[in-house]
Design a protein around this ligand. Structure first.
Ligand code: PAF
Length: 279
C-alpha cells in the first residue's frame, strides 16, 4: 500500500493505475462501516484508494473539530489489511493552502436536516469531495447510507458539475443493538452508549407504523419523538420524514420515504436514518 501526503505525490501515484479505481473518502478513525465501503470498492474495481482527512470546513466549532477522534497508525494498518492500494493523508495546509477561498455549494438540498442545523457543514463536504474527485479521478466513489443527506448532496454535485464518477451508496452498518457505526460513538460513556440505541428504536417504531399503513408524516415524526423522549440522556435535534431524493418535507406520504433524526447524547450528536417502505 502506498501512502502519500502531498497532491503532487498523489498525482504521480494515481498515474500508475491503468485500470478502474474505487475511492473511499474518510475522515479516519475507521470502523466496520468504512471497511464495508473498502470491501465494496475492492470487489468492483481493479484498484482501491482511500483518503484520510479530518476536514475542518465541515465542523461546526473548533471544539468539535478538536474532539474528533484520530488514530492514523491504526487506520493505515486497517487499510493495508484490507488491500487498499493507495492512501492520501494530506496535512491541512496541503488541502487548504494559505489564502484558500474557493468553495462548492449545493443549494436547496442542503437547507434542511444536518445542513440546516450546521451552517457551512454541507459546503465543507461538497468542497472537499470535489477536491478529492479532482485529485483522484476515481471511476467510483463510495459513501455510507448513514449520512443520507450527504449521499443525496454528493449525487447532485456529481450530476451538476459532470464529474465522471459513479457514486455508490453502501448500507448502514450497525452494532447488534442497532446503533449505526460512527467514529463519534467512541466519545460515548457507558451510560450514553446504552442511551444511544434510542435512534434505532425510534426509526424502527416509525418503520413498523409505516408498514402498518400510517401515511401521516406528522404522526410518524410524533411517534419517533415520543420514543426519543423516553430516554433521559437524549435530546432530539431534528426528526424528519422527507422525500428520499429531494429531501423535501412530506405530509401525505408516497410508498417510500426517508425517516431521519439527529439526537444529542451529552456533547455527542448522533444521526441515523431509514428508508421506510424499502423492499
Ligand atoms: O463522511 C465523511 O466521512 C466525510 O463527510 C467525507 C465524505 C469524508 C468528507 O470529508
Amino acid at each position: 500500500m502506498k501512502i502519500v501526503k502531498t497532491l503532487l505525490e498523489l498525482r504521480s501515484a494515481r498515474a500508475t493505475f491503468t485500470g478502474s479505481l474505487g475511492l473511499v473518502p474518510t475522515m479516519g478513525y475507521l470502523h466496520r462501516g468504512h471497511l464495508s465501503l473498502v470491501q465494496s470498492a475492492r470487489a468492483e474495481n481493479e484498484f482501491v484508494a482511500a483518503s484520510i482527512f479530518v476536514n475542518p470546513a465541515q465542523f461546526e466549532s473548533v471544539d468539535d473539530l478538536d474532539d474528533y477522534p484520530r488514530d492514523l497508525e491504526r487506520d493505515l494498518d486497517l487499510l493495508d489489511t484490507h488491500n487498499v492500494d493507495l492512501v492520501w493523508a494530506p496535512d491541512r495546509s496541503e488541502m487548504y493552502p494559505h489564502g484558500y477561498q474557493t468553495y462548492v455549494t449545493v443549494n436547496q438540498l442542503t437547507s434542511g436536516l444536518e445542513g440546516g442545523r450546521r451552517p457551512g457543514h454541507m459546503r465543507g463536504v461538497t468542497t472537499i469531495v470535489s477536491k478529492l474527485l479532482i485529485a483522484f479521478r476515481p471511476d467510483r466513489a463510495y459513501f455510507g447510507q448513514k449520512d443520507a443527506q450527504q449521499v443525496c448532496v454528493v449525487r447532485r454535485l456529481v450530476a451538476d458539475l459532470g464529474f465522471p464518477v459513479e457514486v455508490v451508496t453502501c448500507p448502514t452498518v450497525r452494532e447488534s443493538d442497532g446503533l449505526a457505526l460512527s467514529s463519534r460513538n467512541a466519545r460515548l460513556s457507558v451510560d450514553q452508549r446504552q442511551a444511544s440505541t434510542v435512534l434505532f428504536r425510534a426509526l424502527s417504531a416509525a418503520s413498523v407504523a409505516f408498514a402498518e399503513g400510517q401515511r401521516d408524516g406528522d404522526k410518524l415524526c410524533g411517534l419517533m419523538s415520543d420514543v426519543v423522549a423516553t430516554e433521559p440522556l437524549a435530546d432530539a435535534r431534528y426528526i424528519a420524514i422527507t422525500e428520499v431524493e429531494t429531501l423535501q418535507d412530506l405530509r401525505q406520504l408516497p410508498e417510500q420515504v426517508l425517516a431521519s433524526l439527529a439526537v444529542c447524547i451529552g456533547q455527542v450528536v448522533l444521526i441515523d436514518n431509514m428508508v421506510l417502505g424499502e423492499t
